[in-house]
Every structure is written in structure tokens, then in C-alpha cells.
Design a protein around this ligand. Structure first.
Ligand code: PXG
Length: 287
């Protein structure tokens, strides 16, 4: 497997950066998780735009222009001869000294790692739905560390993941600083009730898969609502599902021990899954 590191393609075992890189020392950097399906990089432009929005706020200098970045991502896929892949793109602050000061860093690093398909959850969960819980760790307050920043510091989500997994669950709901449902550790959450598909308006990442689902629902005349959502509203929903690049779309059938609907993946969830499969083959950059 060839990895792109700072302008060079190297073998996996030679893909290394300095231990003085602030990406390692402080989680000072940004990343994206992208997928390619049958030689189409799904929503490539949207992912690269989001990556560059994160580094803009973090004031990290881009190692490549957006256009170059998109080209290098495609080159990495071609070099590895992969039609289906999960792509991890990182931009770190670069090498500095043992102090926080970003001004002392020499220049950002760009890294592209590719793996053949990843399946985040077991196949049967996609068919039968998963059971999730709410965990004590709340999502970062947006005025402390905005959830729109896909930074290399994922400890907030990792702490929640640890809590989920300690209790025997593979995914968890994280509440926001006001106690409303924000999102899951690596996915957005949707609920469906009385003809309306709702997703939290605040506290979580505005996911690209989330956006695909919202746009498709609107196109097919399903009412959508981005709003504050309570746990009670999740418990009493007819359907619930999670969305994310890694997870794709996964049905949820039980939350904190409460059955959702009839405890089986619902019709709207199945409709979204079907749409998503079609979209992933069309909606992106072909190579
Ligand atoms: N919320 C969070 C906190 C995320 O990290 C999503 C929602 C979904 O966004 P997209 O744009 O992918 O629809 C993400 C992204 C993992 C993993 O290993 C998950 C993500 C990113 C990196 C790793 O579970 N999800």
C-alpha cells in the first residue's frame, strides 16, 4: 500500500513523520475520512472544502491548493489500484518545538492514507439495526472547541466511545452542553416521526452524509427539520438511523433500552439506504 507523505509516495512501512510534529504532540491538525465506491470518490469536493475550512480556522497553512489536494487523493487511489477504498487525509501543523506556539512550526504536513474497504459495524447490524446508549461525556461546547472542526484531537469522541464500549455497545449518543442530543461518536443521528425526518441542528458535526440524506428527503417530499432534539423524542420516534462516511447509513432499533418503533429498521430508513447506495456510485469525482 502506497501512502502519500509530504509530496512523496512511500510504502506503508516507510510512511513516517517527525515526533516533533504538532499533530502528534498536540493533536494540532485536521483530517477527513472519505470513501471511494467503484472508482468514484464520493463527495470529494465537499470533503476537501470541509478540510480547508478546518485549517482556515486553525490558521494552518495549506500544503497544497484544494485542486492539487483533490488530484493527489485521486493519484493515491490510482497508484494503489483501488476502486473501493476508505481514504484518510490529514493536514498537521508540522514540525515545531516542545511548546504550544504554532508560530514555531516549520510548515504543515499533508498525508493521505488509503485502505481497502472498512466495515465499521458487523453486517447483521445493518440488516437488523443496532442498539445504542447515551453516554455521560457530553460533546464539546461549540464555544470551546467547535464540533465543525474535524481536528486531529478526537478525545471528546474517544471518551464517549470508551464509555459505550465499556457498557457493551458499539455506538453512543452524545448530548450537547445544554442536554440536547448532539450526535454519536463518529456519526450523525436522525429520527423519523409523524412524516417528519429530524436531525439535531446544533452540537454536532454537519456531516456530509447527513447533508446527502437531508437533500434526498427534501427532493422526495419528505419533510425535514433541523432542530433541538431531546432523548424523549428519540425514545418515542418511529424510526432512527445514523449517518457517516465510515458507518454509511445504519438503522437504530433500541436506545437506552427503549424500543424504537416496532424494533425493526423502518421504511424511511430503508428508503434512505437504497438512495445512498445509488448516490455513492454517481455523486463524486470519477477516476
Ligand atoms: N460526527 C462526527 C463526530 C464525525 O467524526 C460524522 C459525524 C459524520 O460525518 P460525515 O461527513 O462522514 O458524514 C463524523 C465523521 C470512525 C470515524 O472511525 C468516523 C468519522 C470520521 C473519522 C473516523 O468512526 N466520521
Amino acid at each position: 500500500m502506497k501512502v502519500y507523505v509530504n509530496g512523496k509516495f512511500v510504502e506503508k512501512q516507510d510512511a513516517k513523520i517527525s515526533v516533533f510534529d504538532h499533530g502528534l504532540l498536540y493533536g494540532d491538525g485536521a483530517f477527513e475520512g472519505i470513501r471511494a465506491y467503484n472508482s468514484v470518490v464520493f463527495k470529494l469536493k465537499e470533503h476537501v472544502d470541509r478540510l480547508y475550512e478546518t485549517i482556515h480556522t486553525l490558521m494552518i497553512e495549506a500544503p497544497l491548493t484544494k485542486k492539487q489536494m483533490m488530484e493527489v487523493i485521486v493519484d493515491t487511489l490510482k497508484k494503489n489500484k483501488l476502486k473501493d477504498a476508505y481514504i484518510r487525509v490529514l493536514i498537521t501543523r508540522g514540525e515545531g518545538d516542545l511548546g504550544l506556539d504554532p508560530k514555531k512550526c516549520k510548515g504543515s504536513a499533508g498525508i493521505i492514507i488509503i485502505t481497502d474497504k472498512i466495515t465499521l459495524y458487523p453486517k447483521e447490524l445493518y440488516e437488523n439495526g443496532m442498539e445504542i446508549i447515551t453516554v455521560p461525556t457530553i460533546r464539546n461546547n461549540p464555544e470551546a472547541l467547535n464540533p465543525q472542526l474535524k481536528s486531529l484531537n478526537y478525545l471528546n469522541n474517544i471518551l464517549a466511545k470508551i464509555e459505550a464500549s465499556n457498557s457493551g455497545y458499539s455506538e453512543a449518543i452524545m448530548l450537547d452542553h445544554q442536554g440536547y442530543v448532539a450526535e454519536c461518536t463518529g456519526d450523525n443521528i436522525f429520527i423519523y416521526k409523524n412524516g417528519v425526518l429530524s436531525t439535531p441542528s446544533q452540537g454536532g458535526l454537519k456531516g456530509i452524509t447527513r447533508d446527502v440524506v437531508l437533500k434526498y428527503a427534501q427532493k422526495t417530499k419528505i419533510k425535514t427539520n433541523e432542530c433541538q432534539i431531546t432523548r424523549h423524542e428519540v425514545y418515542t420516534s418511529e424510526e432512527c438511523f445514523l449517518t457517516g462516511t465510515a458507518a454509511e447509513i445504519i438503522p437504530v432499533v433500541k436506545v437506552d433500552g427503549r424500543l424504537i418503533g416496532n424494533g425493526k429498521p423502518g421504511a424511511i430508513t430503508k428508503k434512505m439506504l437504497k438512495m445512498f447506495k445509488v448516490a455513492t456510485k454517481q455523486d463524486g469525482v470519477k477516476y
